[in-house]
Design a protein around this ligand. Structure first.
Ligand code: GTP
Ligand code: MG
Length: 403
């Protein structure tokens, strides 16, 4: 915590468009998430600008009048960075740079920058660097990429840190080199996964910051880095876990987010293979987050993209300790009960009745319902195991755990 105060946060503003299919509340939630991303990257948000439009302006994202308003604010408050809540086309980026004369970052590049900042191993760094170059290639004529590289800060980590690489050819060469490097890594990772033998593989998946690593630490007694920032985990951790005499492999990996940049999905192939090759997914959800149902949808979209949507899933609703439903006054007859008023019991009834899904409600930090959780995971793994090895079930005696 102390360390946080020492960091000098960069002054930023957020810019978003409210489209017809979003209401103001949704748009606020999206910008809240963008602000959390900005904060994770080292930015302090001074102001948010939004505009209602059918779709973003193809030239400047928001309209001319709004642009002038933003420009005046940037000048008056000495803002260094403007962050847009969507991916900007190379053309938009150039036009906006000319008007705002500051560093322009879009949602995609912000996420890539956080990944670059967080990548620990050379393996993760290679994957992020490849994604960043793929993003930069069509955008090499941007102003700030030339002028401000040396200053560092948001959007400046990763490729180009050492030298100004404006030449597309250099970038293309770099991309093909990184791709070769990735191929070698993929091969190596595939071999490693192959060597893990016949154990059932279970993967933790879920939106970023829902508590996957915390849960991993609780059930595998490992020490994976967990933090209240986005994308605390980039590298994959695999642990052998034993529950009730039954060993299996548990994987903790990168979290997902709405509109996860496609470049990242592609270059994180090896990391995501852990999910693709898993026998069972534990889909962890932060039930205390107001948008948790949207988060579930976003995760399912990505699971579908990586062809992993047909796997057995255990829905794990985490952070029940922090869940607070809105209350309705006993004599309030006007307010209709909405999902915001659901109690944990209501949610349990909703989710435990859905077909083909098993759901469990826990708190990883408060260790609530962990015994049940372990038993549920045991049953699922055991069932998968008996299906795969029908003849050697005797190896695993019945569930037994010491409290
Ligand atoms: N209140 C509460 N907080 C929790 C619980 N589980 C995890 N957290 C907190 O949520 C934050 C994120 O936890 P992580 O385990 O890093 O989440 P993650 O899903 O691994 O996140 P990424 O690696 O960033 O995708 C941390 O501050 C945890 O302490 C819980 O059951 N209740
Ligand atoms: Mg994590």
């Amino acid at each position: 915590m102390l360390e946080k105060e020492k960091i000098e946060y960069e002054k930023t503003i957020l810019i978003g468009v409210i489209t017809q299919d979003q209401n103001e509340e949704k748009s606020k939630e999206y910008l809240d998430e963008l602000e959390f991303l900005a904060y994770t990257a080292g930015g302090e948000v001074k102001k948010r600008f939004t505009q209602k439009m059918a779709s973003p302006n193809p030239k400047t994202f928001v309209g001319t009048g709004k642009m002038e308003e933003i420009q005046a604010y940037i000048e008056a408050h000495n803002i260094g960075t403007a962050i847009f809540d969507d991916e900007l086309s190379p053309g938009q980026q150039r036009n906006i740079e000319k008007i705002l004369e500051c560093k322009i970052i879009d949602r995609t590049y912000l996420i890539l920058d956080i990944f670059a900042q967080r990548a620990q191993t050379s393996y993760a760094r290679t994957q992020v660097e490849l994604a960043q170059y793929e993003y930069l290639l069509p955008r090499l004529t941007g102003l700030w990429t030339h002028l401000e590289r040396q200053r560092g800060g948001i959007g400046m980590r990763g490729p180009g840190e050492t030298e100004i690489e404006t030449d597309r050819r250099i970038v293309r060469d770099r991309i093909s080199l990184l791709k070769k490097k990735m191929l070698a890594i993929d091969k190596q990772m595939a071999t490693q996964r192959g060597n893990r033998g016949s154990l059932i593989r279970v993967a933790l998946v879920g939106y970023t910051n829902v508590g996957k690593s915390t849960l991993m630490n609780v059930i595998s007694k490992s020490d994976v880095f967990a933090e209240n920032k986005l994308f605390a985990t980039l590298d994959t951790t695999v642990r052998k876990v034993v529950i009730g005499n039954l060993p299996f492999l548990l994987t903790d990996t990168v979290g997902f987010i709405r509109k996860l940049p496609t470049q990242l999905v592609e270059s994180f192939k090896s990391t995501l293979d852990e999910v693709r090759e898993a026998d069972l997914l534990l889909h962890v959800v932060d039930i205390s987050h107001e948008s948790f149902e949207d988060h579930i949808d976003s995760v399912n979209v990505i699971l579908n993209e990586i062809k992993s949507s047909d796997k057995p899933v255990l829905m794990v609703f985490n952070k029940i300790d922090a869940y607070e439903p809105e209350t309705i006054d006993a004599d309030d007859l006007v307010t209709e009960k909405t999902k915001a008023h659901y109690t944990i019991e209501d949610w349990k009834r909703t989710w435990m009745n859905t077909e083909n899904e098993t759901a469990i409600f826990i708190s990883a930090t408060e260790k609530e319902n962990i015994v049940d959780f372990r038993k549920t995971v045991y049953d699922k793994v055991r069932a998968l195991h008996s299906k795969r090895f029908p003849y050697n079930n005797y190896l695993y005696p019945d569930y037994y755990e010491e409290e």
